[in-house]
Design a protein around this ligand. Sequence first.
Ligand code: NI
Length: 223
Amino acid sequence: MFLPIPKVLKEAELRQVREALAQAKFDDGAPSAGRQARRVKRNEQLPRDSEAAKKMGGIVSGALRRHAAFISAALPYRMTEPLFNRYAPGMRYGAHIDNAIMFQTPPLRSDVSVTVFLSEPSEYDGGELVMEEIGARRKLKLAAGAALLYPSTSLHRVEPVTRGARLAAVLWVQSLVRDAEQRRLLFELDRATQAVARRTADAPELALLGKTYHNLLRMWAGA
Ligand code: NI
């Protein structure tokens, strides 16, 4: 499922993260990629163990965790710490697939990839996130503070930046529900239920919809 979620970060959080990143020292991003991805990865990353990465990472993770649409779509069991990256002119990340297993302790299986955009589209040219699917191509550039959720199983790339700088945070989610199709069904059922509740808060169908949702989640959850 490809899901853009606008305004994940509050204005003040976005400003704080951007100010910290403007001062931060970035390293070459290639060494942290998998063997195949490393050959096509040309960007800069904030060292994971830096003070700035830990502090800003907490802000981004916290913003995602309090966002209902993120929880409903990703059903997170565990998440990696956000990784902050910067693409200056000439930088890109060619077509690649994200590592299936993130070797932290304990290891994490990537089900859902998340990019949180930290630069406004007007601040840079190029740098679109491109998803390749059979018969379809999506090209996305979201507003600063928005998140894009996409399947970790997808082949994707970041187009070369030709002007300005593209700042973003990326992280990976191991979902409670491993199967992407089951996750999508739960998300749609949850959305439909919320829509019914908004229209008629005391609709008698809500109890049955809730029962179905939770019993499907009970059946499919297993991380
Ligand atoms: Ni990737």
